[in-house]
Design a protein around this ligand. Sequence first.
Ligand code: BG6
Length: 527
Amino acid sequence: MAIIPPTERAEDCVLVIFGASGDLTRRKLIPALYDLDRLGRLPEKLVVLGVSRTELGDDGFRETLAEGVRKHATRFEEDAWAAFAKRLHYHAADASQQGAFNGLRDRIRKVGKEAGIDRGEGGPNVLFYLSVAPNLYEPIVDRIGDSAMVTEGKRWCSLDPRGSAWQRIIVEKPFGTDLASAETLNRTLGRVFEEDAIYRIDHYLGKELVQNILVLRCVNSIFEPLWSREHISHVQVTAAEDIGVGKRAGGFYDGAGALRDMIQSHLLQVLALVAMEPPTAFDAESIMREKIELFRAFREPTPKLVAPNAAFGRYGAGVGADGSDEPAYADLEGVDPDQRTETFAATRLEFDTWRWAGVPFFVRSGKRMAQKLTEVVVEFKRPPIDVFRRAMQKASDRVEAFNPNRLIIRIAPSEGVTFEVLGKVPGSGLQIATAGLDLDYQKQFGGEPIEAYAPLLLDAMRGDRTLYKHRDEVEGMWRVVEGYLKSDEVRQGIQTYAPGSWGPDKADEVIKRAGFRWRNPEGKGSA
Ligand code: BG6
């Protein structure tokens, strides 16, 4: 189906947030919207309507959000908050009850009318946001459909000349718990909304350095010719966090684990931007198509290779890198230790494309690790011969002993790109050392950092899905992890790792089998 080019501006709408009293709304969504408003980026008449079960009035809702904005917005300004708070409204409703949706529909119309953005028969434009427990996604979507709230769902993408209202929906992760449940959720969404009106969000795609991956590849002519099995030995994608699971353990985390929570979603998206074919244009259709193709090319490991290619770990008790003392994951309240939920996962992935045949991609993510670090490491092959071998007698001075060239894309905490090259150490005699050509984003471009959700929310209001996921992409991503997720052998082999470390030993073995090692900036296994 043709994808409609994005409208220039974010359009006025009612943003209906299901799960308004939740953590995500308080810590991420509202602070991001507030910052956008402060910077003059929100559509003039945008209204936010929070929906949850708690009985709260508009004023009560605003009060509950003020603290989150103070704490999590880029900059808090009293006047800017006062102006922004006027946009916030609240509707108490039990989203699991069909009866609640007629009241909600009327309220959406009412706030739309009051804001002056009613568009006649269809009411105002509506952007739904599902930020609730995943078991409520399908009931809510069904009820949105049953209460006829999607009047133009199938029509908005034909650019109705009468300009009637549109309805779109943003769906948070987790998007299903496996391939089958993701397919079911996609079908439910598809019964009510056109694919072009469905925005499957991944906040990693809103991060500057993630967006920069394609820019780096496709506008710097030196990289793309090198971007293949000819020159690249392997790729590593790491998302390490120093904090533990804490209170979330009793919620969705236990039973979900790192492979679902981080790898299936965020890290595979990052990997896709590294490994996909360059799109023919920077638009949703071209980018989604190439990502889908990449996931289709995933080489499923043979049954014998599943266990050697994956490592699961859970952190033990102790003081973590952030200095805090936390019990072992298995002892946290709400955790069933027998489920063997992993707080760390590492896998080796391969893609049967012309470009990448034989090149392994290593992906890892864990909680309570040595430091907060999100990065991509693209490692290049070594030179075909060592012309310095006679000049450098000591084995430790030999070129083979050095790291090969690496391109390091630093997504967090310090945003930037480092290209590691080897150079002669000044002085008499021949000594060679690794040095970094460094692009520090903050130093180079300055600007105010903004929450990753901000550009994504704005895109949804503009009708631009470039940084969102297509249904086939999500299903493809589940296919990539499913073999590891459902392997008893991998789960039974789960190891305990020390807080503040780089994860279980098995993770080192997974990469070592291919002749490489993780780039661990400090601590165990440092490269
Ligand atoms: C969320 C995961 O999607 O991403 C969390 O559910 C994780 O477990 C978080 O902590 C990490 O996000 P970021 O932006 O801090 O890397």
